[in-house]
Design a protein around this ligand. Structure first.
Ligand SMILES: Nc1ncnc2c1ncn2[C@@H]1O[C@H](COP(=O)(O)OP(=O)(O)OP(=O)(O)O)[C@@H](O)[C@H]1O
Length: 627
């Protein structure tokens, strides 16, 4: 059941990774895996990266010199006694002291790389997320990639940069040992390779098992994180309890966690088996190495001192090789997540906002929709052939049942979406030719579900024109008073400076209606010529709703107002009303015209009016009964 779910399109949107890699293919993949990380390191911390590389190479030279010096020291010790070896020992000590200093330099420069990589990569991700068209966020593929890149890609990038430094350091260590052996006697090189091969096989094989294991658990892990987020986040906390969903979430967590545990155990057990074989083979490797050394000694190909130094060099090569393969293993595993990060950036690049260059009119006289249709990514069209004319100074209302397309249409008018078919003109110019920034500048959107910015009350209202100078808060206070948000702020402990978020100590939470008053104030403060209000008063009490509609009426002068609401009593004063049904305009006219037509609008209006009338009858009836 679980496996089937994990194979379902949502969870494996684009995880068609090749997990059937052979050992040799895995090794060949290393440069391709490393290249993107190197590119990011080069861009983020070029100085530190060069310093690390230079110091690591110097440290490798010191290591090779030390190994050769060790042979020389042994030679002096064996031929001339302790006194003869004092000079070479001091030299050896200085070489290792220099190597120690170089390694410290590597560590210091290395310490700067991880944080620099993280910061640069995160900034790229945030900039890319902000630059894409809004419609990208309606595409589950994009959304999935964005979250994978943000939640895991960044961290693994950070760690991969550490592992790369380790990889280079260990590689230099292996080469240094190899070079010193070749200098001692070229015949020692095949001996080294012979000794290292079994161990290299075991560590690589174990690395491959780990890589395949993590490739198989990527989507499982992602789902685990999502479930643990649901269980621990504030947004879901209340509803989880209210609809008693805790056992469901816990059950889902258990199923996933057990599957993850079993998968990890399987990999760990397989790795342990390979490790056992590897250790046995490594034993054979050691026997072969020492056997070869003994034979060379016996045949007098090697002096005893050189054989002793060769043992030290072989041990140091073995240790460096283990570090190298472990670091490569980590880089492979991290490359799975880094690929997510890079895939997101590539995808985001193809979804940039259209690049119109003309400036939008300062205050458009007419916004005209010609046969506009729209489909969300992966969905059937939800708007069909909409024609509409919206004039400056008018309030146009969009009404219709849930899902009829009002919000989508409002976002198209606001320039947030591009029509899939047809076009939208601003004073006769196709909006697609206008620069998105200039269009956005002319529009205020008060949405259904306004963002609750985790900032001060002041920032919550000012955010739409955050760079507007308003030293005495005159504009701020006027906007707040029109939206009756001033009453909300008056009750806050630090007034406009109160932080509105429970995520911060001392932060305050507001009710839904109070938040909405701030959202309306934000729209009024932004003060743009086109005002699009999508259910602006849904959570407001009667007094606040009345005040907001009064304000909207006064704001309509000289502006274009598009109003969406289900409260038809509030649209009576609109200059023109469009009735939408299943994505089409099915009626239009003024309130009296639409009532007289006796169509869908008249039906919806009389349903609401009847509900009010019957409530009033009930009140009168109760009062009579009490008398
Ligand atoms: N992000 C989306 N992706 C796919 N389809 C969507 C998306 N948002 C809305 N829809 C679909 O588009 C259609 C129109 O939705 P829209 O939100 O515009 O309706 P509405 O008239 O504003 O509804 P309501 O009165 O409930 O707010 C609906 O069928 C809805 O399911």
């Amino acid at each position: 059941m679980l496996e089937q779910e994990l194979e379902s399109p949502y969870w494996r949107l684009d995880d068609a990774r090749d997990t059937g890699l052979g050992l040799w293919q895995l090794v060949r993949r290393l440069p391709g895996t490393v290249r993107p990380v190197l590119g990011i390191i080069r861009a983020a911390a070029p100085g530190s990266a060069l310093t690390v590389l230079f110091l690591q190479l110097a440290s490798g030279v010191a290591a090779a010199t030390g190994l050769l010096e060790a042979g020389d020291t042994l030679q002096h010790l064996l031929s001339g006694g302790v006194l003869a070896a004092v000079g070479p020992v001091l030299l050896l000590a200085s070489v290792y002291a220099i190597k120690g200093a170089l390694d410290t330099g590597v560590a210091l420069a290395h310490a700067r790389i991880g944080p620099a990589v993280h910061r640069a990569a995160e900034q790229r991700l945030i900039a890319a997320a902000l630059a894409v068209e809004l419609v990208a966020y309606d595409d589950d593929r994009f959304y999935d990639r964005l979250h994978r890149a943000r939640d895991q890609g960044l961290d693994h990038l950070d760690r991969a940069s550490d592992n790369l430094v380790e990889l280079v350091g260990a590689g230099v260590g292996v080469v240094a040992a190899g070079v010193s052996l070749a200098v001692m006697n070229p015949a020692l090189l095949p001996v080294l390779v012979l000794g290292l091969l079994p161990q290299a096989w075991a560590v690589l094989r174990s690395a491959r098992l780990g890589y395949l294991g993590s490739a198989r658990t990527v989507s499982l892990l992602r789902r685990l994180w999502m479930v643990s987020g649901l269980a621990t986040e504030r947004v879901s906390a209340a509803e989880l309890r209210a609809c008693q969903a805790a056992p469901f979430v816990l059950g889902e967590y258990r199923t996933l966690a057990e599957a993850y545990r079993d998968q990890r155990t399987r990999v760990a057990v397989a790795q342990a088996r390979v490790g056992a074989v590897g250790r046995a083979l490594a034993g054979v490797g050691v026997a072969v190495t020492y056997g070869a050394l003994l034979l060379m000694l016996d045949a007098q190909w090697l002096p005893l001192a050189v054989a002793g130094a060769a043992v030290v060099a072989i041990r140091s090569a073995t240790a460096a090789l283990t570090r190298l393969v472990l670091a490569a293993n980590q880089v492979f595993e991290q490359s799975l997540y880094i690929a997510d990060y890079l895939a997101f950036l590539t995808d985001a690049d193809t979804r940039l906002r259209p690049a119109g260059t003309l400036a939008a009119p300062a205050a458009p006289e007419t916004i005209t929709l010609h046969g506009v249709g729209f489909a969300y990514p992966g969905s059937d069209p939800c708007l069909h052939d909409v024609d509409m004319v919206i004039r400056r100074g008018q309030t146009v209302a969009l009404v219709g049942e849930n899902g009829s397309g009002k919000t989508t249409l409002a976002k198209l008018i606001a320039g947030l979406y591009q029509p899939s078919t047809g076009s939208i003109d601003w004073d006769g110019t196709d909006a697609a030719l206008l620069s998105p920034d200039s269009t956005a500048d002319r529009v205020v959107l008060v949405p259904q579900d306004a963002v609750r910015w985790p900032h001060t009350a002041r920032a919550n209202v000012r955010i739409g024109r955050h760079d507007l100078s308003d030293p005495d808060d005159l504009l701020l206070r006027s906007a707040a008073s029109l939206a009756r948000a001033d009453e909300v702020v008056d009750d806050l402990p630090h007034g406009w400076d109160t932080v509105l978020s429970k995520y911060f100590r001392g932060g305050r939470e507001l009710s839904g209606g109070q938040w909405q008053r701030l959202a309306v104030a934000r729209g009024i403060f932004r003060d743009s010529p086109v005002l699009v209000c999508d259910e602006p008063t849904a959570p407001l009490d009667a007094r606040a709703e009345f005040a907001v509609y009064e304000s909207l009426r006064s704001l309509a002068t000289g502006r274009t107002v598009v109003l969406i609401t289900h409260r038809l009593a509030s649209v009576r004063h609109a200059d023109w009303i469009y009735v939408l049904h299943k994505g089409k305009v099915v009626e239009q006219g003024t309130h009296p015209q639409l009532l007289a037509a006796g169509g869908r609008y008249a039906e919806l209006y009389s349903l609401q009016a009847r509900a009010y009338a019957s409530e009033q009858d009930a009140v009168v009836h109760d009062e009579q009964a009490q008398r």
